[in-house]
Design a protein around this ligand. Structure first.
Ligand SMILES: *Cc1c(COP(=O)(O)O)cnc(C)c1O
Length: 338
C-alpha cells in the first residue's frame, strides 16, 4: 500500500529503450531522486542490468547516489561546475566558458563533459562560445559532448531536424563520444542516437515511451465513508453538490503529498479494482473525497495511480505532464519497492 515502485519494471524499461538504440551506450537519468521514485534504490538495480552512466541535475544528488554505485559507474552532473560545488567522484557537464575555466582551474586533469546549445537556449555553450574554446576543450579530452532536444516528444516538429543539424555542425570532426537523445530522441530514430543516449521519463513508465511498463502504483487509505443526500455539498468552497443520494469516501492524501489541487473535480478518479470513483469537491492539503456510490463495497484503499489511470492520464486531468505528477510525489507516503 502507499506508493509502490516496481524496480523490475524500471529495469525492463531501461532494457527496452537500450534495445531501441543498439548502436549507443544507454545511460540512466536519475535526477530529482529518480523522478520521485527513489534514486538510491534504483541505481544499483540499473547497474546490475548493465548501466554504467548516470545523470543527475545537481552535485548534491550525485553525492547521494555515489555510495550506491561501484567506482566504474560514472555520475554526470547536468548543472556542471557551479561555484563552490563539491564534485568529488562526479563528472560535471560544463555548460559555459565560465564553467569550463572554473573547472580547469579547480580540477585540472579531472574528468569532465561539455554541453552545447543546439537551439533550446536553456543550457550549454552557443556556437560562437564553443568555437572560441573548442581546441582547448578537446585537448583536455572531455568524456563526451552533449546537447538536448526541446521538442523530441513531437516527432514531426521541425526543431528536431534543426537541432540535429546544429549539433552535427558544432561537433564536426570531433573525436569524442556524442550524446543528443533523451527518451523522446531515442524514439526519433538512429540518426539521433550518436554514442550515448540519456533516457529519463521512459524508465519510469511515462510518455513519450508509450510501450513502457508501468512503474508506480499509488494506493491511498480510506479514512471514512459517509452517505450524502441529493443537494448536499462536499469539501472546501462547496464546489460539488451531490446530484443524487450517494456515498463519499475520504482518503488520506492531498496536495501536501503532491496530489495536485488542480485534480479537484477534474474528471480524475480513484479506482477500486477496475471501477472509477470520480474525485469530487476540492483536493485539500491532506484529504481527497471521491464518489463511491456505485461501489457495492468500499475497499480499505483506493488507487490514484494504477494501470487504469497511469501518470500521463492523471497529468491530462491536472493540465500537466507525467514528469510533474511523478516528481511531485512527496516523502510522506509509505514506500515499498517490488
Ligand atoms: C531530464 C533530462 C534528460 C532525460 O529526459 P527525459 O525526457 O526524461 O528522458 C536527458 N538529458 C537532459 C539534459 C535532461 O535535462
Amino acid at each position: 500500500m502507499g506508493l509502490q515502485i516496481d524496480i523490475s519494471a524500471i529495469v525492463a524499461n531501461w532494457k527496452a529503450l537500450a534495445a531501441r538504440a543498439p548502436g549507443a551506450r544507454t545511460a540512466a537519468v536519475v535526477k530529482a531522486d529518480g523522478y520521485g521514485c527513489g534514486a538510491a534504490r534504483i541505481v544499483p538495480a540499473l547497474y546490475r542490468a548493465g548501466a554504467r552512466d548516470f545523470f543527475v541535475a545537481l552535485a548534491k544528488e550525485g553525492r547521494a547516489i555515489r555510495p550506491h554505485l561501484p567506482d566504474d559507474a560514472t555520475i554526470n552532473v547536468l548543472s556542471g561546475h557551479m561555484e563552490g560545488a563539491d564534485l568529488d567522484g562526479l563528472v560535471p557537464v560544463l555548460n559555459s566558458a565560465e564553467q569550463f575555466f572554473r573547472d580547469r582551474t579547480m580540477r585540472p586533469g579531472r574528468r569532465f563533459a561539455i554541453q552545447l546549445d543546439s537551439g533550446m537556449n536553456r543550457l550549454g555553450m552557443e556556437a560562437a562560445e564553443w568555437a572560441g574554446l573548442r581546441d582547448e576543450a578537446l585537448a583536455a579530452k572531455p568524456d563526451f559532448i552533449m546537447s538536448h532536444l526541446a521538442c523530441a516528444d513531437e516527432p514531426g516538429h521541425p526543431a528536431n531536424a534543426a537541432q540535429l543539424r546544429a549539433f552535427r555542425d558544432m561537433t564536426q570532426g570531433v573525436d569524442v563520444p556524442l550524446s543528443l537523445a533523451a527518451t523522446g530522441g531515442i524514439l526519433l530514430g538512429p540518426e539521433y542516437h550518436f554514442d550515448l543516449v540519456r533516457p529519463g521519463i521512459g524508465l519510469y513508465g511515462g510518455l513519450p515511451f508509450a510501450d513502457a511498463s508501468p512503474v508506480v502504483r499509488l494506493s491511498l487509505p480510506v479514512i471514512q465513508t459517509r452517505p450524502v443526500a441529493a443537494g448536499e455539498f462536499v469539501g472546501y468552497g462547496a464546489t460539488w453538490t451531490a446530484p443524487r443520494p450517494g456515498r463519499i469516501a475520504t482518503v488520506a492524501a492531498g496536495y501536501a503529498d503532491g496530489i495536485l489541487r488542480a485534480l479537484s473535480s477534474s474528471g480524475a478518479s480513484l479506482y477500486a479494482g477496475g471501477v472509477a470513483c470520480p474525485i469530487v469537491g476540492r483536493v485539500s492539503m491532506d484529504l481527497i473525497t471521491a464518489d463511491v456510490t456505485d461501489l457495492p463495497e468500499v475497499p480499505d484503499h483506493l488507487d490514484l495511480i494504477c494501470p487504469e489511470q497511469p501518470i500521463d492520464r492523471l497529468a491530462d486531468h491536472a493540465g500537466t505532464i507525467g514528469y510533474e505528477i511523478l516528481t511531485a510525489l512527496r516523502q510522506r507516503y509509505e514506500r515499498s519497492y517490488l
